[in-house]
Write a new protein. Structure first.
Lengths: 159, 127
């Protein structure tokens, strides 16, 4: 289960890791910000299904963080209902088609005009991730069965 | 009127709303999964303050991080303050950001573009 406490723990581990690498403040902040949004995406999307009777598989999530010489990579994976794939895919493709300035304008537009779900999510997550990352988002949808699809996302933050 | 003081936590900012001096400060990080519950008492406090505000109101935003769930709540807070601006108080916003934190500086600029309040961008070494 992805709980609020689990997210707090992961964030705190990641902060002290970057502290110990003596990471540049700018990079540290970007990685932290992207990680917050990625984790909260997992939290909200899995939270939604928790009301219904779902198997452990549907509820599980994947998180990997890697650091190479040039960048940090944050990778997440979760199951989602296949019927929602098209929407998400369109959103990701739209975000990927935008440059820095277009993303800023789009963010402001959704912030000032967009509505908010009862979970407090505002539809800004992916836009914010793309802005902070400064690079194209890599994603993949893998159809499983029973109307489920495995969604994976890779976000890079350059050193 | 009573002050609103909240200790910061791993995911929520320190709040220091002082009606006697007309100063409202948010400091630290605002990254709760659901921000609505956290911001509700802040909005209520501002509503009360609006009944008898000081001639000058200063809003100090000293955030190190905020998530997208908070961004909407922060906008709502500014919208409330925007309304106060014409009701017997002059509202000024100080938006603090750390050196080299372009993302936080841009976030301040984003709000400045949407909200009709004077924003002062203040770069500091550490928040």
């Amino acid at each position: 289960m992805v709980t609020s406490d689990l997210l707090t723990t992961i964030l705190s581990i990641m902060e002290s890791k970057m502290e110990s690498y003596e990471e540049k403040p700018k990079v540290k902040k970007k990685v932290f910000n992207v990680l917050v949004e990625c984790l909260q995406n997992l939290y909200h999307h899995i939270d939604k299904d928790a009301d219904e009777k779902v198997s452990t598989q549907d509820n599980s999530a994947l998180l990997m963080i890697s650091k190479s010489e040039n960048d940090y990579k944050i990778m997440t994976g979760n199951y989602m209902e296949s019927k929602n794939v098209e929407n998400l895919k369109e959103k990701l493709e739209l975000v990927n088609s935008m440059n820095k300035l277009e993303l800023k304008t789009y963010y402001k537009e959704i912030l000032s005009n967009g509505t908010r779900s009862n979970k407090g999510t505002a539809g800004l997550g992916m836009i914010d991730i793309a802005r902070k990352s400064g690079q194209k988002l890599e994603f993949n949808f893998e159809r499983v069965d029973n109307g489920l699809t495995f969604f994976s996302l890779i976000v890079k933050v350059a050193e | 009127m009573e002050k609103l003081i909240l200790e910061g936590s791993a995911k929520t900012p320190t709040v220091n709303f002082d009606g006697e001096n007309g100063v409202m400060e948010l400091r630290g990080r605002s990254i709760p999964e659901n921000s609505i519950d956290f911001y509700k008492p802040l909005n209520e406090w501002i509503e009360n303050y609006g009944n008898s505000p000081k001639p000058n109101t200063v809003v100090d935003i000293k955030l190190e991080y905020f998530n997208t769930s908070s961004s909407k709540c922060i906008l709502d807070l500014f919208k409330q303050l925007e309304k106060l601006n014409s009701k017997g108080t002059v509202v000024n916003v100080n938006w603090y950001f750390e050196e080299d934190d372009e993302d936080m500086e841009e976030a301040g600029e984003d709000y400045d573009a949407i909200i009709d309040l004077p924003f002062k961008m203040i770069e500091v070494e550490e928040i």
